[in-house]
Design a binder for this molecule. Structure first.
Ligand code: HPA
Length: 265
């Protein structure tokens, strides 16, 4: 990816932390960031434009607890028809701007029977079931050809956030996230298969961004909001409304958790 020319003040903002806000979680930028500026994806040369309801599609940048952050309010999904290179172009852009720690959030369906909608899950690891990899055809000479993925999600940040959650009495799950392409939700048979594979939650994002961030040597932490029980575990049909309703309900808790995570960076 050629790094596009960005307008000031973003071009010289020098953010240290990147945030990706998933479905129904975009409010965080408005609620918790001392905003210095916004830049709509549509204004960035060569950038894809987000098409999903509930995704505003802009960078919001500013400070939180004195730290300079750049935040994606809305992300790109594979199911929207974008290439892996397009989905992960914001990660390369954030890295080029100076970001070295990336926080990724998503909405996910709970597979682990202990999980209830409204729970938060720290990603301990992931399973890439997208059938492709964002590093295929990589252009550029950053990083190693075959990046190690034995600890995608930073152990030190996870330990720190677990300690914070315990001290606050916040329930924080930790588990394995499986990325499926969507946009159809899973069948009950798929969810049973994913459980057998070791997945605790299933969603349609995060893994491409995390792989590219690791390739670029960034520290990564990812958090799922468990918005629903996955298909077959839930006896009722899944809807996007259920996902956004749950995310809305746990807004303050989610914002506190993410703020605590950023303070650890
Ligand atoms: N499956 C896939 N993606 C999701 C789900 C789900 O159940 N809930 C929120 N995102």
């Amino acid at each position: 990816m050629n790094i596009p020319n960005l307008p000031e003040p973003l071009a010289s903002f020098n953010p240290e932390i990147g945030l990706i806000l998933g479905s129904g979680l975009g409010f965080f930028a408005d609620d918790r960031i001392e905003v210095a500026g916004r830049l709509s994806y549509g204004e960035i040369e060569g950038f894809p434009v987000s098409t999903v309801e509930g995704h505003a599609g802009q960078f919001v940048y500013g400070t939180i607890g004195g730290k300079r952050v750049i935040c994606m309010q809305g992300r790109f999904h594979f199911y929207e028809g974008y290439s892996m290179a397009e989905i992960t172009s914001p990660i390369r852009l954030m890295h080029a701007l100076g970001v070295r720690t990336l926080f990724v959030t998503n909405a996910a369906g709970g597979i682990n029977p202990d999980y209830v909608p409204g729970d938060f899950m720290l990603l301990r690891d992931h399973i890439n079931a997208l059938g492709t990899n964002p590093l295929i055809g990589w252009e550029g000479d950053e990083g190693v050809r075959f990046p190690d993925m034995s600890e995608v999600y930073d152990g030190q940040l996870r330990t720190g956030l677990r300690a914070w959650a315990e001290a606050q009495g916040v329930v924080l799950r930790e588990g394995v996230y499986l990325a499926a392409t969507g946009p159809s939700y899973e069948t009950p048979a798929e969810v049973r298969a994913f459980a057998t594979l070791g997945a605790d939650a299933v969603g349609m994002s995060t893994v491409p961004e995390a792989i590219v961030a690791r390739k670029l040597g960034m520290r990564v932490l990812a958090l799922s909001c468990i918005t629903n029980a996955a298909a077959g575990i839930s006896k009722t049909p899944l809807t996007h409304e259920e996902v956004t309703e749950t995310a809305d309900r746990v807004r303050p808790q989610f914002a506190d958790l993410l703020t605590a995570a950023i303070a650890l960076a």
